[in-house]
Write a protein that binds this ligand. Structure first.
Ligand code: CDP
Ligand code: MG
Length: 740
């Protein structure tokens, strides 16, 4: 049963060896015959790279594009690169990708890899996705918030003749074996196509380097380094994949590995005499893509590759040749922290199912071994059975606004694969109400419709829109852009970036394009130099406002003759700043488009640039206001009343005594709760906004979320609210009297 169009199919030799290749005809048929299809198969079987190519060759692009979503931007980019290579076309033409702030597609693009967030934005502009013939939701087992929402939205996919579609949209949902029955039931008992794949046994070992006591703290970095070196010196040839948590831990581990590996004497220390060197490669989300590509290239003969990665290597990216896994047992995860009422990136133990997934990476092409640095007690006491889906642990503000803008009024009864806790939905509605994105009846406001256009957090968007209403967006656009890219400050000893660590061994000399290794000697001097430079930059911006400092850096660098040299001289990551320039342009374009609307607000303002910036920021960050309580401590005003401190990285650190009210961009929880990117404000700028934080009753919102609200009900709530306010005013007055 060969498709005529497929006779031209060549594909490369390597892809013909993938498990999926044998099943391509049946797979194409299954997609053609069903509107919904679940596809499952071991990681590395070829789902992501091959299925879109098969469908393309089988002519499924005749009526529209094939879109494939990924939860991680790195995966979307590298996979698109790979597929364009396999198809022998240049990236951005037939095959392209789109991630936030980076669109590498043209009107010719027929196979489009994208993040799930980008697909969600596309649905906003075209509910029935008319441009697509097939949408493939990939990595569904990861249960990212956006993928979960897409699942619910696509479940009600428009059929023939509906919403201007000529043909029904085909939806393929791909998952690495987990929960396929649940997915099939969710999608109306659709068929499941399982790609049989051979896996080899993986010996799982508990290495007892850490236990439940080390649950908090960073002992795991040292432990994985020790483990990886043990594997390198004791085990037979084969690559190592180390699972760590985030960029700074990975870079720290790579440094330590590099240092220790240099002192290995290959004549005596290594069991397998064919192993003559170690190639150490970091892999994390914000790495430049050309460096990420190196991960997939085989190491030179005799050299063992050791990739130190985040969870991205668990399922999104498959590295060939891995025989050994070193599992730290931890992952960096976004969680809603009820103590401070914000989403925070925490380092937490992985789930048992995640640990099994990690181990499985060692058995793709031959039997392997997985070295778990933790002990059995840690496994039993600290690791949950399954990973909680993102939708059940993070803030839902942006997606709820998106749903509302798509006309989904009843956000509580939306078809969620796993229902988020009702309080999370109510929290999101409350935030949206506080930001004036929805009204008391739960309907989207004009401001809400403007806010949803920006791929930014709601607070930042509101601040940006305020500045635009005042006609001075040129001060907020750079700030919003700088807050949307990775950390721009180079802090030697904390963050090494732009770098590949290579150990060059006695006999082999490896030539690499990027050999930007930081020399360890003189690190304290470099640290000092960077610190002085950053302090100087802060002083140039007035020395008391981190947001203004970001704006000044942006402007100074852009105005300089040689921006990359300027960045280097000032210990700023040029790559991050360059992306901030591009993000600013894109935000400006969105704003320009929105300003054409008749309902775009217009206001006037008189005052200095610094004051203007701070007042606009207050419009978005009044939910993050704190007032100094005692010593260096501040107390938040959002109803949680948490005690917070200014982070040492802030230019306001050390000036606490002179401060009263502040706003902050984010929070870091270690032994203390720290706030970062801080600026002082005047109380009267937020005075009118703060009551909004306490104005609405969650009970009101739960009704708003369920059904359309009648006017009588609204009147009843209003009465209740006025009475409540009166009571509060009375209480306040009596307190004041008491004080006197
Ligand atoms: O999606 P699934 O996990 O089933 O497999 P895949 O991502 O399509 O990977 C198929 C093969 O392509 C693996 O052997 C990967 O190592 C390889 N690949 C690659 O070499 N470079 C990439 N950028 C992506 C995949
Ligand atoms: Mg995949």
């Amino acid at each position: 049963m060969t498709n005529p169009e497929e006779s031209s199919w060549t594909g490369d030799v390597e892809s013909k060896l993938l498990p999926i290749y044998q099943h391509r005809h049946k797979l194409i048929e299954a997609v053609k015959e069903n509107q919904f299809l679940v596809v499952t198969g071991e990681t590395g079987s070829g789902k992501t790279t091959q299925l879109p190519q098969y469908l393309y060759k089988a002519g499924l692009c005749r009526d529209g594009k094939i879109g494939l979503t990924q939860p991680r931007r790195v995966a979307a980019i590298t996979v698109a690169q790979r597929v364009s290579q396999e198809m022998g076309v240049s990236l951005g033409h037939q095959v392209g990708y789109q991630v936030r702030f980076d669109d590498c597609t043209t009107k010719d693009t027929l196979v489009k890899y994208m993040t799930d967030g980008c697909m969600l934005r596309e649905i906003l502009t075209d509910r029935s996705l008319r441009q697509y013939s097939v949408v493939i939701l990939d990595e569904v087992h990861e249960r990212s918030l956006n993928t979960d929402i897409l699942l619910g939205l696509l479940k009600k996919t428009p059929s023939r003749g509906c919403h201007g579609r000529t043909l029904p949209l085909k939806v393929v949902v791909m998952s690495a074996t987990l929960e396929t029955d649940k997915l099939s039931v969710f999608l109306g008992d659709c068929p499941v196509f399982a790609i049989p794949g051979r896996t080899y046994p993986v010996k799982e070992l508990f290495c007892n380097l850490i236990g439940p006591k080390e649950k908090e703290g960073s002992a795991y970095v040292k432990a994985v380094v020790k483990m990886a070196l043990d594997v390198h010196t004791n085990e037979a040839a084969g690559d190592i994949l180390v699972f760590l948590t985030g960029q700074s831990e990975i870079e720290k581990a790579c440094d330590m590995l590099f240092e220790k590996a240099e002192s290995i004497d290959y004549r005596y220390d290594v069991n397998d005499r064919t192993v003559e060197g170690l190639l150490i490669l970091p892999l994390y989300g914000s790495m430049p893509t050309d460096q990420q590509k190196q991960i997939f290239q085989p190491a030179p003969a005799g050299v063992r590759k050791c990739v130190v990665a985040t969870n991205i290597a668990a399922t999104s990216l498959t590295i060939n040749g891995v025989r050994y896994i070193v599992d730290s047992g931890f992952v960096k995860q976004l969680n809603h922290n009820s103590r401070v009422g914000l989403d925070i990136l925490d380092v937490v133990p992985i789930s048992k199912s995640e640990a099994q997934q990690r181990a499985g990476r060692a058995g793709r092409t031959s039997p392997g071994k997985c070295f778990r640095i933790y002990n059995k007690e840690f496994w039993e006491k600290c690791m949950p059975e399954y990973t909680v889906p993102e939708i059940q642990r993070t803030s839902l503000t942006s997606v709820i606004l998106t749903l509302k803008c798509l006309g989904v009024h009843d956000v509580i009864r939306f078809p969620y694969l796993d229902h988020p806790e009702e309080r999370f939905i109510l929290d999101a509605l409350k935030k949206l109400y506080q930001f004036d994105a929805i009204d008391r009846k739960g309907n989207v406001t004009t401001l809400g419709r403007l806010m949803v256009e920006f791929p930014l957090p709601p607070g930042l968007t509101r601040a940006l829109l305020k500045s635009a209403a005042l006609g001075c967006e040129e001060v907020m656009l750079p700030v919003a852009a700088m807050l949307s890219v990775e950390n721009i400050f180079i802090r030697p000893g904390c963050h090494f970036s732009n770098r590949t660590v290579i150990t060059v061994i006695t006999t082999i000399l490896i030539t690499v394009h990027t050999f930007l290794y930081f020399v360890h000697k003189g690190l304290p001097e470099k640290q000092k130099e960077a610190e002085i430079m950053h302090r100087e930059l802060a002083a140039r911006a007035g020395g008391s406002n981190d947001f203004l400092m970001l704006l000044c850096i942006f402007e100074k660098c852009r105005a300089s003759e040689n921006p990359s040299a300027w960045s280097k001289d000032h210990w700023i990551h040029w790559r991050a700043l360059k992306s901030a320039f591009s993000v600013e342009t894109q935000l400006k374009e969105i704003l320009f488009r929105l300003k054409q609307r008749k309902d775009f607000p217009q206001e006037t303002f008189k005052g200095s640039k610094s004051e203007l910036l701070r007042q606009c920021l207050c419009q978005g960050y009044f939910t993050n206001v704190a007032r100094r309580s005692f010593g260096k401590a501040f107390c938040t005003m959002d109803g949680h009343g948490s005690t917070v401190h200014i982070h040492p990285s802030s230019s306001l650190f050390g000036q606490e005594a002179q401060l009263d009210w502040i706003i902050f961009h984010d929070v870091l929880v270690t032994s203390r709760v720290y706030v970062r990117t801080v600026c002082p404000i005047r109380y009267d700028w937020v005075e009118g906004l703060l009551p909004k934080l306490h104005e609405i009753d969650v009970y009101d919102l739960s009704n708003v979320a369920r059904e359309e609200v009648t006017d009588e009900e609204m009147a009843r709530w209003e009465k209740k609210r006025v009475a409540q306010k009166q009571m509060e005013t009375n209480e306040d007055a009596s307190k004041k009297l008491e004080k006197r």
